[in-house]
Design a protein around this ligand. Structure first.
Ligand code: NIG
Ligand code: FE
Length: 414
């Protein structure tokens, strides 16, 4: 598919000049071109022209999309989601409004284990149908790449069922999907009080099987009090790396546990959450190649502390933002909403939020050589918005400004 997009009033490229990500102060530079056009051949960007330059011309073998003054950004990369699940937890939402905490609700049998029960009971077909619908809706809101975790099965069969669904979505959906194995999301009830046996099952059985079938690129662990200790996290992630999966961590979310420091030591690609990260954790991250994936929606939805994004960026960390979309701690897949919260509650600038939601998100799932910015040689994932300028996207929150989504050079019809 060949395409020229013309008359883009502001083209926000987030160009990185070939670098994997932007860290610290660089995050505030997003490279905006006025009156621009983009030429795409076979799904790849081949030419970008700005005001005063010779614009690419239409030929017989190329379609033209006239943006008529719309604003273009790279498609969002939602690098942390739990978008495949069954059931819903609006009852917990109501309980929290009455003052009950996420941890209290989990201890009373709700939380991750409640979604686990619903997901275990669901068929593959049901999970595929709801997952497919969610991915369509995510694309309508400007997301063109999404990581999806397992973690609501918590048996070898049910985890593989989830990963099969995620891999089928990866194969058949327009969205670029990256699968992550999160067998260590919670200790399932069958192993209550015997977490070491569940960890052995993960390391000796689940990881080798999943690696052999190539069902996941990353392995993630919920490193947290009452979930998995630092030692267990290390055991699991070393087994995963030994089997060719790269490491991610849910760390320092509810308590400060030294998760960020551990992530750096284990050479993790990203450390996610970081609401309770320590000054030592920030220093370790700033001196490493790991991406700090912050999840503004889960702090907002649970009314928890926000990750110290300002301090982290000022210290030189590379920050990504993602939705954490899941039925418990963030029932939203809207990346623009996450940007709004990052700006209002975490003191990120709109420019930093854009970098965090695109290029750095792609780096957090190892895809920034192909995705996350609008540059010659990269895939043409470009979203056009009906707004006067790019700052309107986080500013005018709570509505969808997307006009058209171009995925791999194809203009999608919804
Ligand atoms: O990232 N922290 C652990 N996992 C999810 C919550 C999952 C759930 O509550 O179902 C999170 O917030
Ligand atoms: Fe999560």
């Amino acid at each position: 598919m060949n395409l020229i997009i013309t008359n883009i009033s502001q083209l926000v490229t987030v160009a990185s000049g070939g670098r994997r990500l932007k860290a610290g102060r660089e995050m505030n530079t997003i490279e905006v071109m006025d009156n621009a056009s983009v030429e795409i051949r076979d799904g790849i960007i081949v030419r970008i022209a700005g005001a005063g330059e010779i614009q690419p011309a239409a030929t017989d073998d190329i379609d033209v999309l006239d943006a008529r003054g719309r604003v273009a950004l790279p498609g969002f990369v939602d690098s942390h989601t739990h978008a495949v699940f069954a059931g819903s937890r609006e009852n917990e939402f109501a309980l929290r409004s009455e003052g009950r905490s996420y941890q209290e609700i989990a201890a009373a049998g709700g939380g991750i284990l409640s979604t686990m029960a619903a997901t275990r009971a669901a068929t593959k077909k049901e999970l595929l149908r709801s997952g497919n619908r969610r991915l369509n809706d995510m694309m309508k809101h400007g997301t063109t790449t999404a990581e999806i975790k397992s973690g609501y099965g918590l048996t070898p069969e049910a985890e593989v069922k989830m990963l099969d669904v995620i891999c089928e979505l990866r194969r058949d959906h327009f969205m670029t999907v990256v699968p992550t194995f999160l067998g260590a999301h919670a200790v399932p009830p069958e192993f209550s009080g015997r977490s070491e046996q569940y960890v052995s099952l993960i390391c000796e059985h689940m990881i080798p099987h999943i690696a052999e079938r190539k069902l996941a690129e990353f392995c993630d662990v919920f490193c947290e009090e009452k979930y998995f200790t630092r030692e267990e996290t290390e055991t699991i992630l070393q087994a995963a790396q030994h089997n060719g999966m790269r490491a991610k961590l849910h760390a320092d979310q509810l308590t400060s546990s030294g998760g960020a420091e551990l992530a750096v030591r284990l050479n993790a690609v990203s450390v996610d959450h970081c609401e309770m990260i320590s000054p030592e954790g920030i220093a370790a991250l700033a001196g490493s190649s790991a991406v700090a994936t912050l999840l503004p929606g889960s702090s907002f939805f649970l009314n928890h502390a926000y990750a110290p994004a300002r301090t982290m960026i000022d210290a030189g960390c590379a920050v990504a933002i993602a939705t954490d979309f899941n039925p418990g701690s963030c029932m939203s897949f809207s990346m623009p909403t996450m940007m709004t919260i990052a700006c209002t509650h975490m003191r990120m600038t709109p420019e930093e939020a854009i970098t965090a939601a695109t290029l750095n998100g792609a780096a957090a799932i190892g895809l920034s050589a192909e995705y996350g910015s609008i540059e010659v040689g990269k895939r043409a994932d470009i979203v056009l918005y009906d707004v006067p300028n790019y700052r309107y996207i986080p500013y005018h929150f709570g509505m969808n400004h997307v006009w058209k989504v171009v995925k791999n050079g194809t203009v999608l019809e919804f």
